[in-house]
Design a protein around this ligand. Structure first.
Ligand code: ADP
Ligand code: MG
Length: 696
């Protein structure tokens, strides 16, 4: 008996469970609602709910919840037990079709970005039948979308599902032009690679900054950081191994195809990659993965840090969103194929992505922007904040040849004609060499590498799906009227390459020269969140999302507000935490240590005429530093007062970025220097060295 294959999906109400527990016609109805979005009628819903409940109770569940993803980026659940009273003071276990299909959680504490007036606190959750129900901790979880009384999306799932519809619609139009008659739908697929840190619970418990903000706000560089690169692919420590084993097992039970687990570049850093799946399911699974990582780490006496930059000077954590489009007949549209016709279709879909990345650079930057990720993007470890696309030399050479009408190097004298000639074979493994690109073609998929480790993948995939749907819409509009399809297609591809080639960059994205080069090319460069967020509501973006019915104007506005507001909140909590640590722990510790030194120096001197220059020098230095830290602390307090006078959320975010963050930086520099001079015994917090090696 193979226990992994037996336990895989054992906590999921999946197709095989449904087939065995539902009457044939009801099972077929559920399939139709999954594949074609047809709503279940109430009789069928009642039968499904009953079967789900019986199955869940057999697995030990006592409660159910509509599991949804509010605009906080994490998941929300409100548990209801199955019990219902019957005569004689007894209860029975009940779950109705109505309860399965719709819920009405009180949503007043969840962010709405102004979409919901406080007097209308209710929100509605609606079952997403394309994502299976599952049992987590004895609770039957039903993946749901979440919207307001007026029907506005208050969550991350609804727009994602809408964007998948958009790319399905426009993708099918284009595929029809290439004669793909048998294709009934296209869906995007995602495999998100998740980075994280594991540290010992004991060191975590001694650091308020990690507890309150997820990152260290102080901390001097350790003598050994990640310089020797000896962690990556190194042997996995036994404790981490045990954690990974349990994590895999729990994820597998939930049907999450956790596949690859390894160490990452920084000490204490690791990565998990699942096998890719349909985008909305990948998004649900990634949320579950992050939740389980944190929970299981605790069980093993560790804490999982998902922050994008928990430690200054040490690589941060990101998430690589591997993305592609697959047809209902199982064809990956980013596989170049073998015949001229397949190649032509591939080139057009490739163009759709190139154009989307160029036209919506701003949205791609915005969808990964957060206070945490700002510490990472543009550093010499993560993609730059400039959005560009990497294709590899071979593919770029072909696009060049098409654009300029010159002969492609690999071919004889002939020009390359789309739809007529076959593409030369380009070796797959050369397409993934560039690790510095924010958006890379990796042979048969695209890897969007700017995502922060803690963020939901929904937002980035909403942008990708919708922006590519828009390119495809334009192509379909044009090619549906083509007289000579191959010639018009060739011309269209030429034009797209000519217009958007500025966004193609195969060089080193970490190189400072790229910043200047990108500026010359007219590419956007938004170093920080408040720089890019105003573009959220730029007319071209409002129009994009409205046209494809992904976000209404007010829905987009709400997200703009929430992004700015959470940026402000994060920086505010960080600043307050720093001050708390400074006044309550750091300055008292320095004072006590220098006092102890002074007492010991005085005692020694009273006894013998010994040299106490070490004590004097340290007392002098640390006293200077603590005086300076106190000044910087007061300056930070003063900066925080200025927030109150900002006229709106954008101004406040700008202010936090320009005034508060630099004040925090200056304070940190002084304190970190003090840490290097202070006796370890007196320093109130575990050092970077201790934290990063805390898991043995
Ligand atoms: P690496 O990027 O480390 O070379 P792979 O290319 O094998 O590794 O895969 C990285 C991630 O990309 C995995 O999560 C994998 O499932 C995912 N992936 C592979 N093919 C596709 C695809 N067609 N669509 C979406 N994700 C994919
Ligand atoms: Mg990868």
């Amino acid at each position: 008996m193979n226990t992994v294959t037996d336990s895989f999906g054992s906590m999921v109400f999946n197709d095989s469970v449904m087939r065995s527990r539902l009457p044939k016609d009801v099972f077929r109805q559920v399939q139709r609602s999954m594949n074609e979005g047809v709503r279940l009628d109430s009789a069928a819903a009642t039968i499904v709910a009953n079967a789900m409940k019986d199955w869940a109770i057999e697995k030990g569940a006592t409660h159910f919840t509509h599991w949804f993803q509010p605009m906080t980026g994490i998941t929300a659940e409100k548990h209801d037990s199955f019990i219902a009273p019957v005569d004689g003071g007894k209860v029975i276990m009940e779950f109705s079709g109505k309860e399965l299909i719709q819920g009405e959680p009180d949503a007043s504490s969840l962010p709405s970005g102004g979409l919901r007036a406080t007097f209308e606190a209710r929100g509605y959750t609606t079952w997403d039948p394309t994502s299976y129900a599952f049992i987590k901790d004895g609770v039957l979880c039903i993946p749901t979308a979440f919207c307001s009384y007026g029907g506005e999306a208050l969550d991350k799932k609804t727009p994602l599902l809408r964007s998948m519809e958009a790319i399905n619609r426009e993708g099918l139009r284009v595929l029809k032009l290439f004669g793909n008659e048998g294709v009934t739908s296209v869906r995007t697929t995602v495999g998100p690679e998740q980075e994280y840190f594991l540290i010992d619970r004991a060191v975590y418990d001694r650091r308020r900054d990690l507890q309150y903000t997820g990152r260290t706000l102080f901390g001097a560089k350790p003598p050994k950081g990640q310089e020797l690169d000896d962690h990556y692919f190194g042997a996995i420590k036994p404790r981490v191994q045990e954690f990974m084993k349990e994590l895999d097992e729990e994820l597998w039970k939930l049907g999450v195809m956790a596949k690859t687990e390894h160490n990452e570049t920084a000490p204490a850093q690791h990565e998990l990659a699942p096998i890719y799946t349909t985008t909305n399911i990948a998004a649900d699974h990634n949320q579950l993965t992050m939740e389980l990582m944190q929970r299981i780490a605790r069980k093993h006496g560790m804490v999982c840090l998902l922050h994008e930059k928990p430690f200054a000077g040490v690589n941060g954590s990101g998430k690589h969103n591997n993305w592609s489009i697959t047809t209902s007949t199982g064809v990956n549209l980013f596989e170049p194929g073998d015949t001229p016709a397949e190649n032509a279709q591939f080139l057009l879909f490739l163009c759709a992505v190139i154009q989307a990345v160029d036209d919506y650079q701003d949205m791609l930057r915005i969808c990964v922007a957060s206070a945490g990720n700002d510490h990472r993007l543009g550093g010499a470890e993560a993609p730059p904040a400039i959005v560009s696309i990497y294709l590899g030399a071979e593919l770029e050479a072909i696009l060049d040849a098409i654009e300029s009408g010159t002969a492609y190097g690999g071919r004889e004298k002939e020009q390359f004609k789309v739809g007529v000639h076959a593409l030369p074979k380009f070796p797959k493994d050369t397409t993934d060499r560039n690790r510095t690109s924010p958006f890379a073609f990796t042979g048969n998929k695209f890897e969007f590498r700017m995502l922060g480790s803690s963020q939901s993948i929904s937002g980035p995939n909403v942008v990708l799906n919708t922006a590519v749907a828009e390119s495809l819409r334009q192509y379909a509009d044009r090619l549906e009227c083509a007289e000579d399809f191959d010639a018009d297609l060739h011309e269209l591809i030429r034009e797209v390459v000519r217009r958007h080639r500025r966004v193609i960059f195969n060089g080193n994205g970490y190189d400072a020269a790229w910043v200047a080069e990108a500026e010359k090319r007219g590419l956007l460069n938004f170093p920080a969140t408040p720089d890019c967020v105003p573009c959220y509501i730029a007319p071209k973006n409002v129009e994009l999302f409205a046209r494809h019915r992904v976000y209404t104007g007010p829905e987009l506005h709400a997200r703009y507000e929430i992004k700015l507001d959470s940026y402000c909140k994060v920086v505010r909590i960080e600043a307050l935490t720093m001050l708390d640590m400074l006044w309550k722990d750091i300055l008292p510790a320095i004072s006590a240590f220098t006092g102890e030194l002074a007492a010991s120096a005085n005692a020694k001197r009273a006894m013998l005429p010994v040299d106490v220059s070490y004590e004097s020098a340290v007392i002098q230095k640390l006293s200077d530093l603590s005086a300076s830290a106190a000044i910087h602390g007061r300056a930070l307090e003063k900066a925080m007062e200025g927030v109150k006078t900002q006229k709106d959320t954008l101004a406040a975010a700008r202010y936090y970025c320009d005034r508060v963050l630099p004040a925090m930086e200056s304070l940190r520099a002084v304190v970190d220097e003090a840490e290097t001079r202070c006796a370890a015994r007196w320093w109130p917090y575990p050092s970077y060295g201790e934290i990063l090696t805390s898991v043995k």
